[in-house]
Design a protein around this ligand. Structure first.
Ligand SMILES: C[C@@](O)(CCO)CC(=O)[O-]
Length: 302
């Protein structure tokens, strides 16, 4: 909640998708290669679509690989890229960890964030830093310009259902377009962004108090504003409509928008499975279900 608004310093929060870790391994080899489902080949020929990854590998190599060792990096991730799921930040965090492990250097949290944010700036343009924080955490994170990022826990039943539209999201482009709209009409667009920040604040409160119905409502209200910011496309609209007809308490685009994923709120597992079925029927490429209870204070997450 609060995507785009967070770029302007308004509140936002995000949750790590704990069921889908990204694993990166580095092994010495004859030449430097990258293997992944996104690209397999020489590191110096990594395509522009992975420019943030290429930049990060070059940077880490220069700083840590004094002996110019050749290696193969393998990325294993269940997340699609360019779908507003923070996968670029998750991959950047995993690559940074793998390099520091491989070259026996210690890595503190701030240094990790610095590397991920540098990579994210190449991938997305000027990023807020929210994705970098979220993917390196096990707890939900609240974020805002004048407030230090803060972990918080839920006290809520319910499930989230996420669906990939199969259409590439374009975070760099949408962040730049929202900026253009803002520069052209600061008053109107500023009010939308402030509203998104307010919804993020309300949503985080509803998660703490367990008010699922109200939470669903702010999901849908936020989606109306995101639509006004020209971030919806027919495919995500179709998925949102299907989810709501199947009993979702509220649904919205998640991430940069204009493609990518949607997120829906379900009352219970049965409700979540019905929504999932409707989403698949409406053309979702991949879906995830996650209970909100795993973010409770006393939950036992490894
Ligand atoms: C759209 C945006 O708010 C979230 C992307 O996941 C961009 C950012 O925070 O850097």
């Amino acid at each position: 909640m609060g995507e785009h608004a967070v770029v302007y310093g308004y509140p936002a929060f995000a949750i790590p998708l704990l069921s889908t870790p990204v694993i990166v391994k580095i092994k010495q080899s004859q030449a430097s290669f990258l293997t992944s489902k996104y690209y397999a080949g020489k590191i110096d020929q990594i395509p522009d679509s992975l420019s943030g990854v290429k930049y990060l590998i070059d940077l880490l190599d220069k700083q840590l690989n004094q002996e110019h060792i050749k290696y193969t990096i393998s990325i294993d991730s269940g997340l699609p890229i360019e779908r507003g799921m923070g996968s670029s930040a998750a991959i950047a965090a995993a690559i940074t960890h793998a390099f520091f492990d491989c070259f026996n250097q210690s890595l503190d949290h701030q240094l990790l964030l610095d590397y991920v944010n540098k990579s994210e700036t190449i991938t997305h343009g000027k990023a807020s830093g929210l994705d970098a924080l979220t993917v390196s955490s096990e707890d939900p994170i609240k974020f805002g310009k004048d407030v230090a990022p803060k972990h918080f826990n839920f006290n809520s039943d319910g499930f989230i259902v996420i669906a990939d539209s199969g259409v590439k999201g374009k975070t760099k482009e949408t962040v730049a377009d929202v900026r253009k709209m803002y520069d052209a009409d600061e008053k109107k667009i500023g009010a939308y962004l402030q509203q998104l920040g307010d919804y993020a604040t309300s949503a985080s409160e509803y998660l703490t108090t367990g008010h699922l119905k109200q939470l669903g409502l702010v999901f849908s209200l936020a989606n109306e504003i995101l639509t006004k910011l020209n971030l919806a496309i027919p495919k995500t609209d179709k998925l949102i409509e299907a989810a709501n007809s199947a009993g979702s308490l509220g649904s919205k685009i998640t991430g940069g928008g204009r493609g990518g994923c949607i997120i829906c709120l379900a009352r219970n597992l049965k409700n979540a499975q019905m929504i999932q079925k409707a989403l698949v029927k409406a053309g979702a490429e991949q879906t995830w279900i996650q209970p909100l209870s795993i973010y409770a204070e006393d939950s036992d997450v490894d």
